[in-house]
Design a protein around this ligand. Structure first.
Ligand code: KG4
Ligand code: ZN
Length: 341
């Protein structure tokens, strides 16, 4: 086995929530393997992720995926340049599976270890397609656990502009979808249903809209939907679920778009990125596209398969940290509440 040093080949492991994922990325752009083993079916019956079950399934899957990823890439361990791993934020038991596996691999193979923030991974899903992104830029991060506007001045140089004061956008989607009886995970199901509804049918609040800041709040909107459902149930009135989905989606998306465009204007940037699971949302993509086209702003969002959790994005973030020589020590540990800033 000879080491192919010509390329920087990074293996990444992601186990922060309910997907076990392993990817191999060469030179930050050539995806040689990208495997995701989803636990959605297991957790569906409980209506959400059960942390203990998630950890156990990661344990069962991770080594198998590492072998499969090497096979898919046609490589051996000797071809790798570094091991990247998500060390937070996420479920502590789930994260620990990835972190201990990555540490054991890196140590035994004598390779550098890269500790990656999951949120940074979501941002770097935007670099997987290898189009040029010009700094400074604004990134709207919208996932199940986070909703924030971040300014990037360069690779790994972040400035937090604002974030949610309560629920994340994806969390609001999931909770509302659950109350509507749509199942788990609710975001994609609600997105789909909303396409058949009338968004003006049910007036819902748009929290913090019109305020000159980048703070978000989605718990009032969630409560408004729950109250609407409860009132209808008490009066034994039928709820048009598609109208409710469309009205909810219109409210979330309007706030996300307006706040992002406010940041673009105030921060004088010409490029916007979307990142995280909710960046898969059809209406968010559509509305952002319209607004950015109208104002001459460049908009990028990852291909659908890289919006939700995957290891390709962790490998990509790892590549830019590798270039800076920003390696983790052997004391790398899971940090469930890890922040980007
Ligand atoms: O980024 P992600 O995979 O996991 C976290 O890091 O949280 O995001 C998952 C979240 C879930 O809340 C899911 O419902 C939401 O992203 N999501 C969507 C859509 N696809 C996924 N929300 C709205 N519309 C979608 N199409
Ligand atoms: Zn995520």
């Amino acid at each position: 086995m000879t080491k192919t040093q010509a390329r920087t080949t990074i293996m990444a492991i992601e186990t922060s929530c309910d997907e076990t994922a392993v990817a191999i990325l060469a030179d930050g752009k050539e995806l040689l393997a990208n495997l995701v083993s989803s636990q959605i079916k297991t957790h569906q019956q409980y209506g959400g992720v059960v942390p203990e079950i998630a950890s156990r399934q990661h344990l069962e899957q991770v080594n198998r995926l590492i072998d499969l990823a090497l096979k898919a890439a046609g490589l051996t361990f000797a071809d790798l340049s570094a091991i990247a791993v998500t060390y937070g934020p996420g479920l502590v038991g789930a994260l620990l599976v990835g972190v201990s596996t990555a540490k054991a691999l890196a140590y035994s193979l004598n390779l550098p270890l890269l500790g990656i923030n999951h949120i940074e991974g979501h941002i770097y899903a935007n670099w997987l397609t290898n189009e040029k992104r010009e700094f400074p830029l604004v990134c709207l991060i919208v996932s199940g656990g986070h909703t924030a506007l971040v300014k990037l001045k360069g690779h790994g140089e972040y400035e937090l502009l604002g974030e949610t004061q309560d629920d994340a956008a994806g969390e609001a989607y999931d909770k509302v979808a659950r109350a509507m009886g749509l199942g788990y995970p609710g975001g994609p199901l609600l997105d789909e249903l909303a396409r058949q509804g009338n968004e003006q049918a049910i007036p819902l609040p748009r929290a913090m809209l019109g305020e000159n800041n980048y703070a978000f709040s989605f718990s009032g909107l969630k409560t408004a939907v729950l109250n609407y459902l409860n009132r209808a149930a008490q009066k034994e009135e039928e709820v048009k679920m598609a109208d409710l989905a469309a009205s909810f989606q219109a409210s979330v998306v309007e706030v996300l778009v307006e706040k992002t465009m406010l940041a673009v204007k105030n921060e004088k940037v010409a490029t916007v990125l979307l990142a995280g699971g909710v960046s898969a949302n059809s209406r968010l993509r559509q509305e952002m596209q319209k607004r950015c086209a109208g104002e001459g702003i460049k908009l990028f969002y990852p291909p659908l398969e890289y919006c939700t959790d995957n290891a390709a994005m962790i490998a990509c973030a790892g590549y830019y940290r590798y270039l800076k020589g920003d390696f983790a020590g052997w004391d790398l540990n899971a940090v469930p509440q890890l922040r980007l800033l």
